[in-house]
Design a protein around this ligand. Structure first.
Ligand code: NCD
Length: 303
């Protein structure tokens, strides 16, 4: 097995590691449990709102026989000061075997990993990255197509502030997509420092219809209201695009539509009943994939 102490950025994740995770997640399927990590303790430190990510890490830990302790706090907390984060991480690392951290600051998970020698899993650091989401995303692609390579992807929406999009763009550098469309209004386009890592063919465009007839995987993201420096800028771009049934029908028959969720209007509910809609299935894989990630990260360590 390929070990990796921390999961901070999709750039640090290797293809072999991802394929190991896929294989383990397949074995867990939707309901399996195991006592492989029984007696371990996971700290879930979530300093930003979360539904799926928090719940699926919690369930994944428990299905492996682990206990969890959690901290959830709102934006007013003093944890937002860098020094408090270090103190919190130091404390949590004395209580637990692994820290799963969601934090509003870009780079928070990296900082935490430098403070503790316990593994740190980045569950979202500000507008930067969300690496475990990208593993779930490509697991969903593989479930649908039997492969990740050789497909045409369109990653649409908030490519400026969307951490799920960033991690997916990075994780695809470990595979061989045939083409990736980066679809966004100019105000939400991918920053150059992210583009610098792209090693596959990509094209930037402003609407999904520009690319619709060649897309295999349409990955839609939410415009990240909370990350905008000012509300008026958000108001200008919030309704830049909506995927409705007409959009879904423009796609190839076997194309799939994904979204890390939550959605706030960018995919019309009418699309849910289309066979192309995979976002709820995608969310359901969160538990098995995160069980596999826990095994990879903690499994090889002494208890
Ligand atoms: C994403 C996140 O928090 O970055 N959600 C998730 O974890 N599934 C996407 C989002 O909030 O838009």
């Amino acid at each position: 097995m390929i070990a990796m102490p921390d999961v901070i950025s999709s750039l640090d994740i290797g293809r072999e590691w991802v394929e190991d995770v896929f294989g383990i997640a397949d074995a867990f399927g939707s309901g399996a449990e195991s006592s492989m990590l029984s007696g371990r303790m996971i700290s879930l430190a979530f300093f930003e709102p979360s539904t799926r990510t928090f719940a699926s890490f919690d369930v994944a830990a428990k299905k492996l026989g682990m206990n969890t302790t959690s901290i959830r706090s709102s934006g007013e907390s003093s944890i937002y000061k860098g020094e408090s984060l270090s103190d919190t991480v130091r404390m949590l690392s004395s209580y637990s075997d692994c820290i799963v951290l969601r934090h509003p600051n870009d780079g928070a998970a990296k900082l935490a990993s430098q403070i503790t020698d316990k593994p740190v899993i980045n569950a979202g650091d500000g507008k930067h990255e969300h690496p475990t989401q990208s593993v779930i995303d490509l697991y969903t692609v593989r479930k649908s197509f039997g492969k990740v390579d050789g497909l045409t992807y369109a990653i649409a929406g908030d490519l400026r502030y969307g951490r799920a999009a960033h991690s997916l763009i990075y994780l695809l550098t470990k595979f061989n997509p045939s083409l990736v469309y980066l679809v966004s209004p100019p105000q939400l386009s991918l920053r150059d420092d992210y583009k610098a890592y792209i090693n596959y063919e990509y094209e930037e465009c402003e609407t999904i219809s520009d690319a619709a007839d060649s897309i295999d995987v349409l990955y839609v993201t939410r415009v990240q209201k909370e990350r905008f420096p000012d509300d008026s800028e958000y108001e200008r771009v919030r309704n830049s695009y909506v995927v409705d049934l007409d959009t879904a029908e423009m796609l190839k028959d076997n194309a799939i539509i994904m979204h890390p969720l939550p959605r706030v209007g960018e995919i019309d509910r009418a699309v849910d009943s289309s066979g192309k809609a995979k976002y709820f299935e995608q969310a359901s894989y969160g538990v098995a994939v995160r069980m596999a990630i826990f095994l990879k990260v903690i499994g090889g360590r002494d208890g």
